[in-house]
Design a protein around this ligand. Structure first.
Ligand code: 3SL
Length: 235
């Protein structure tokens, strides 16, 4: 098992290996919101990278979640808060989703054999799945507008640490080693560690501290969303 970490969607082509499992990571908040959605009974999600495609789905009558720069895009049904999915209205629905970075990362990974959605909320089930599959792994961090971010890297480090500690690994690339070291420094208080990070502050200004705390709490939603063709479904 070879464990690599790619810090931005744009970098993904450098890492792509057809048979590897790609774990898409956007802790604040897209992959946390998607994980929460499936845990609360959403049947299917259709991730789209741009607002034009989201608009077409909206015109066809789909329920659409649209977020840009942390805020719900006017005219859409949901934004990107996990709490928006803790509602019986979403049960058994197919929901289209577009977000600033998370859905760009999913789009970049679409060419892989297996794409799964990772967050602290489903950390242990993801770790077990990766172990059982025993394939090469690429952690694909959504980052922020194709730049590095701290929270996605911390989660890549958390997963890598638990895989390597529990099960060993053949190769770990330098970016994964860096992610593990960061996580070791942060794990005692992730929220505090992220205190000066850009996206935590961006969301705090939007009064979304509650979302941040929730997204950093492990194992609240033991489900694995996975991409099948253009849909996300529960594995
Ligand atoms: O970048 C994204 O895709 C979003 O997760 C950003 S936000 O947390 O909704 O602001």
């Amino acid at each position: 098992m070879n464990v690599e970490t790619c810090f931005t969607p744009q970098g993904y082509p450098l890492f792509h290996k057809p048979n590897a499992i790609v774990v898409v990571i956007d802790i604040l908040r897209a992959t946390s919101a998607i994980t929460t959605a499936f845990y609360n009974g959403v049947a299917k999600m259709i991730p789209v990278a741009n607002l034009d495609d989201a608009k077409k789905y909206k015109e066809q009558g789909f329920m659409v979640a649209a977020e840009r720069n942390g805020e719900i895009v006017e005219g859409y049904d949901l934004g990107n808060s996990p709490f928006g999915y803790m509602n019986s209205k979403v049960k058994n629905q197919t929901i289209v989703i577009t977000t600033t970075n998370g859905t760009q990362a999913i789009e970049a990974a679409k060419i892989a054999d297996q794409v799964i959605i990772g967050s602290f909320l489903n950390m242990d089930v993801i770790t077990k799945h990766l172990k059982n599959e025993n394939k090469d792994i690429i952690f694909l961090c959504a980052g922020w507008k194709n730049k590095f971010n701290l929270e996605d890297t911390l989660f890549a480090g958390a997963l890598a640490e638990s895989l390597v500690l529990k099960y060993g690994s053949d190769t770990v690339c330098d970016s994964t080693l860096a992610a593990i070291e960061l996580y070791k420094n942060a794990k005692h208080n992730l929220y505090e560690f992220l205190g000066r990070s850009s996206h935590r502050n961006r969301l705090a200004k939007l009064d979304l501290e509650r979302d941040i705390k929730y997204c950093l709490t492990p194992n609240q939603c033991p489900v694995i969303p996975t991409l099948k063709e253009n849909f996300l479904i529960k594995l």
